[in-house]
Design a protein around this ligand. Structure first.
Ligand code: PAF
Length: 270
């Protein structure tokens, strides 16, 4: 596996393969877990060249969020990516992505509002901008995202359609630990007690899905479960249309940590 840090170097590394070999891109912020690995494996299986980007994107963190303490372990990440057969790991410095004078931003308007968009002002503007920049640098045939960030997947899907980007968006199922907690780099922040409280999140979503299947109100059912867990404070519980699918999504705070998760109520995700 080759590690490249500049746009010029990744373009040079990909140039001989363009047109002849398909390219898969997994955009990440590192701190790899089994969710990232599932994206890497799909990309490896479906493309000739597997590219992973590793960039903790400052513009998608709102003021006062966890940018500074976001888990970073580039050596371990490189080992995991190499083990998964990744061909190129693109790990740029912030100045490479946001050079001096940078002032071009992408806003996905309606889908970027509500839920995470309201809770984290500027978040999806940062996500959409960095994704478009990564797509423009790598020019992948397919790009891989996890359904755990359902609104993000919807925003990127809209971006790809609206700007007629020539790539296929692949959204893969959420990977969970045995206790049901969706894998997230932020789970590393949780103490044992906080982790126990965080399990109210998948429990609430399961209760919402069950209520929905019984003809009830999924939001009410999920909110009731969260209200019963003193260690977790609900940020929001709501439904979200994601192209052909409807998901029930929630965010909670456990101590200093904010976690999100969702379940598909009906339909197929993109
Ligand atoms: O899901 C993430 O890790 C990030 O939001 C992404 C897509 C890599 C953009 O920075």
């Amino acid at each position: 596996m080759k590690i490249v840090e500049s746009i010029a170097d990744i373009r040079a590394a990909l140039a001989p393969h363009r047109g002849a070999r398909s390219i898969g891109l997994v955009p990440t912020m590192g701190a790899f877990h089994a969710g990232h690995v599932s994206l890497m494996r799909a990309s490896r299986a479906e493309n000739d060249m597997a590219v992973v980007s590793l960039f903790v994107n400052p513009s998608q963190f709102a003021a006062g969020e966890d940018l500074d303490r976001y888990p970073r372990d580039p050596a371990r990440d490189a080992a995991v990516a190499a083990e998964e057969g990744v061909d190129l790991l693109f790990a740029p410095a912030a100045a490479e992505i946001y050079p001096a004078g940078f002032q071009t931003w992408v806003e996905v308007e309606r889908l970027g509002r509500g839920l995470e968009g309201d809770a984290r002002p500027g978040h999806f503007r940062g996500v959409a901008t960095v994704c478009l920049k990564l797509f423009s640098i790598v020019r992948p045939d397919r790009a891989y995202f996890g359904l755990k960030d359902a609104q993000q997947a919807a925003v990127v899907d809209r971006l790809v359609r609206d700007l007629a980007l020539e790539l296929e968006l692949r959204v893969l199922p959420t990977v969970r630990d045995a206790d049901g907690l969706a894998l997230s780099s932020r789970n590393a922040y949780l103490s044992a007690g906080e982790r126990a409280a965080a399990l109210a999140l998948p429990r609430a979503l399961a209760a919402g899905l069950e209520a929905y299947e019984d003809g009830g109100d999924p939001v009410e059912a999920a909110a009731a479960v969260l209200a019963g867990e003193p260690g977790a404070a609900a940020d929001y519980v709501d439904t979200l249309a994601l192209n052909g699918a409807t998901v029930l999504a929630a965010a909670i705070r456990v101590g200093e940590t904010r976690l999100i998760d969702n379940v598909v109520l009906e339909g197929d995700t993109p």
